[in-house]
Design a protein around this ligand. Structure first.
Ligand SMILES: [Fe+2]
Ligand SMILES: [Fe+2]
Length: 154
């Protein structure tokens, strides 16, 4: 199988929005996805051997659920903040959260039903890092800037 190009986000190089609870949520999420990425890579290597497969599948599922829960909490904290500060483009931002949440749920469903590791790996190493970086730089950044400018204190 040909090796896919992997994008692994590092907390050091991530854009900060300068609201601690949001930056922390972003860093935690990057860490969860990094751990997930490591498991996926090991699983893809070990897959041929077979005996450890069940164990890895179980671990991947557990971390996927952790990721989903974390994302739900992260997005709802941002949605709540936007409501509090009456953020003008809140609708667009919350919709983007909803769409992304559905993507994650779908990929987990596919993993749970078919153990679709290639699809999962592509999402974790390609789609998600690019989406996450772009989302922070655009929507999260402007939301946080607006909050700070309007005197919001966490
Ligand atoms: Fe965010
Ligand atoms: Fe966001």
């Amino acid at each position: 199988m040909s090796e896919i190009l992997k994008t692994i986000l590092e907390t050091d190089s991530m854009a900060r929005v300068n609201l601690a609870f949001i930056d922390n949520a972003h860093f935690e999420e990057v860490q969860i996805v990094k751990d997930l990425g490591k498991l996926i890579t090991t699983y893809q290597d070990e897959n041929i051997k077979n005996d450890a497969t069940d164990q890895y599948e179980e671990q991947i599922t557990v971390i996927l659920i952790t990721w989903l829960r974390h994302t739900i909490a992260h997005f709802s904290a941002e949605n709540e903040l936007m409501q509090q500060i009456n953020f003008p483009t809140m609708r667009l931002h919350t919709q983007e959260h909803e769409t992304e949440l559905n993507r994650i749920k779908r990929i987990i469903r596919l993993w749970q039903t078919d153990k679709e590791i290639t699809l999962l790996a592509d999402f974790v190493f390609n789609f998600w890092p690019n989406w996450f970086k772009a989302h922070i730089r655009s929507m999260d950044m402007s939301m946080a800037r607006f909050a700070i400018m309007n005197g919001y204190k966490a």
